[in-house]
Every structure is written in structure tokens, then in C-alpha cells.
Design a protein around this ligand. Structure first.
Ligand code: UDP
Ligand code: MG
Length: 318
């Protein structure tokens, strides 16, 4: 299939402990890639898996010359694994897809179609979330709403990392080397012509999700602090409002004491004010701390990942 002049596409697949689905995933993906009028290859990134994901990747590479593999030196998290993969793409476009078959590979032709029509970022938007609880759906939608209100970039709703990136979008993304990587936000931030393709999101085929509410909360904080300083302003405004209220309340207390004397010391009101202000102060400190911590991480300028082993696809000429 190595016709000169044919556009090249690399599919980037981060995987962490995905031995249960990887073979099934590759089979479905291959069927799709076989149909595409493109010179395709696949790059699997083993994000420091503790099961035999890496062995399976090696056997996939042996069986299929289009397969390349990267092994990170430890588990760096999906964002870093993705970045490692995208850094190794030299094709005309890249598709980012999860290994657990929640993103249907069958959608890739539609993504490619939009790319051929001139779009730089084609993201897949899920129109239904099968196999997820109502509470998960609610929290996800609340998060997108909060992001929309607070940040300067509109992160598209109900969109995961499943998307296609053109060469110039890839080049732009590779310049964003921040350590705190909220990928959905970064994809949106680079701009260029972006469009959506709708699909139904399936429950994962096997294995279990690495996300729990703790990690999702961290991701939400990540998203907001990476793209918005609104919480800092909110802290300022809340502080200001609380001081104005406290001042008015102080005036009232003073007037009352002047007019009627002070027969009973105001223990309850004192407690209320002290606790309220104490709470606000701790909250504001916490918000500052979140930003400060991120600042600290960025200033260390550490690399985003380390590669232990690297086998680029045999079909790749460069
Ligand atoms: N993943 C990864 N490193 C991690 C966690 C996840 O490379 O530390 C990969 C995982 O193998 C899968 C994709 O990222 O291909 C999405 O992970 P998961 O299915 O756990 O997330 P969800 O679909 O629930 O958002
Ligand atoms: Mg998944």
C-alpha cells in the first residue's frame, strides 16, 4: 500500500494495562485502516503497564508491519502517553484513540473525510453515554458548563480525546510543553479550523476504567486551573464582599452598643463571623495554593516522559 504521494495517517493509541482488549482493538482498527485510501500506520504507547500489554504490542508489531510501539519508562498518565505518541508522528495527520474500544475505530473514515474537506481538528462528540450512571453524566455536564463559564477557550462538550489532527495542528500542539496537560483544553486552545463528528460511545469492552471520582475531580481542577484564573478572581471578590458585609455588621454592632449599651457580650454573632471569615480565608488560600503548586511544577521544567524502548512502524520510510 506504499503508493508515493498518498497522504499518510498515524493512529496514536495510549494503553495502560489493556492486555484484555488490545488484540480485539487492533483487529477492529486494522479492518478500518485496510479500507482507507491512505498510507496508514499505528503507534501503540505502553504507558508503563504492569500486565503483558507490552508483549501483546510486540506480537502485534511482528504480525503487522504497520504497527509501531513505544514503551514509557513508567506510568506517566494518559496525557503524557498521548504526548509521547504525538511527538513521534511524522505523517500528514494523526488520529488519537483509546485502546478500550470506547471510541469506535469505525468512525475514523468520517474523521478523515472532514480532514480532507479542510479541517485541522476533527473531534468526535458522543451523543449518548452507554454504560454510565446518571450521576457520572450529571457531573460531566456540570464540569463542561463550569469550564465554559470560567475559561477563555470553549472546550467542546461531551468530547474525549478521540480526534484527528492535521499536520499543522500537530505542529502547534507539539509546541505546548506545559507539564499540567489538560489535553481537551490544549486541543481547543490551538485554534485552526475545528469541527465535530457525532457518535454513540460504547461501554468499555473489557478491563476496567482507570478513572474514579477522585481522579476525575483532579482532572476538573486541572482543566479549570490550566485555562482560567477565574477562581483567583472569585477569591478576591468573595473576600471583598465578606469584608464589606463585616464592616456593615461592625457598624450595626457599634451603633447598637452606643445606643443601648452592651448588656450581653455577642458570643453567637462573634462565632458566626469568625467561622465565616476563617472559612473564606482557608478557601482563598487553597485556591492560591492550587495555582502556586502548578507554577512550581512548571518551573521545574522536567521532561514530560521518558522512553524506554521505541520501535517505529516498519512501513515508515523516514
Ligand atoms: N491510559 C493510559 N495511561 C493511564 C491511564 C489510561 O495510557 O495512566 C489509556 C488507557 O489504556 C485507554 C485510555 O488511556 O486507552 C483511556 O483510559 P480509560 O478507558 O481508563 O479512561 P476513560 O475511557 O474512562 O476516560
Ligand atoms: Mg475508556
Amino acid at each position: 500500500m506504499d503508493i508515493p504521494g498518498m497522504p499518510r495517517l498515524t493512529v496514536v493509541v495510549p494503553a495502560y494495562n489493556e492486555s484484555a482488549v488490545l488484540a480485539a482493538f487492533h483487529e477492529r482498527l486494522s479492518k478500518v485502516l485496510d479500507q482507507l485510501p491512505l498510507d496508514c500506520d499505528v503507534l501503540y504507547i505502553d504507558d508503563g503497564s504492569r500486565d503483558d500489554t507490552w508483549t501483546i504490542m510486540q506480537s502485534l508489531a511482528t504480525a503487522d508491519p504497520r504497527v509501531g510501539t513505544l514503551k514509557l519508562s513508567r506510568n506517566f498518565g494518559k496525557e503524557a502517553a498521548l504526548t509521547a505518541g504525538l511527538d513521534h508522528v511524522d505523517a500528514d495527520a494523526a488520529v488519537v484513540i483509546d485502546a478500550d474500544l470506547q471510541d469506535p475505530p469505525e468512525l475514523i473514515p468520517q474523521l478523515v473525510e472532514q480532514w480532507r474537506a479542510g479541517y485541522d481538528v476533527v473531534y468526535a462528540t458522543r451523543s449518548a453515554r452507554a454504560g454510565e450512571t446518571g450521576f457520572k453524566r450529571f457531573t460531566a455536564s456540570a464540569f463542561y458548563r463550569a469550564m465554559e463559564i470560567m475559561s477563555d477557550v470553549a472546550v467542546p462538550r461531551d468530547t474525549g480525546d478521540f480526534r484527528l489532527l492535521s499536520r499543522r495542528a500537530l505542529a502547534a500542539l507539539s509546541q505546548l510543553r506545559e507539564r499540567q496537560r489538560f489535553m481537551k483544553g490544549l486541543f481547543a486552545w490551538i485554534g485552526y479550523r475545528q469541527t465535530a463528528v457525532k457518535y454513540m460511545r460504547d461501554p468499555r469492552l473489557a478491563g476496567k476504567t482507570k478513572w474514579n471520582y477522585w481522579r476525575l475531580t483532579q482532572l476538573a481542577i486541572e482543566g479549570i486551573t490550566s485555562f482560567s484564573s477565574a477562581p483567583l478572581k472569585l477569591a478576591t471578590w468573595t473576600g471583598l464582599a465578606a469584608s464589606v458585609l463585616a464592616f456593615l455588621f461592625g457598624l450595626k454592632v457599634l451603633l447598637k452598643a452606643l445606643l443601648h449599651g452592651d448588656p450581653v457580650p455577642g458570643y453567637p454573632s462573634l462565632m458566626v463571623v469568625v467561622l465565616f471569615l476563617g472559612g473564606i480565608q482557608l478557601l482563598a488560600l487553597g485556591v492560591i495554593g492550587e495555582y502556586l503548586g502548578r507554577n512550581y511544577n512548571e518551573t521545574k521544567q522536567r521532561p514530560l516522559y521518558f522512553i524506554e524502548e521505541e520501535h517505529l512502524p516498519a512501513t515508515r520510510t523516514t
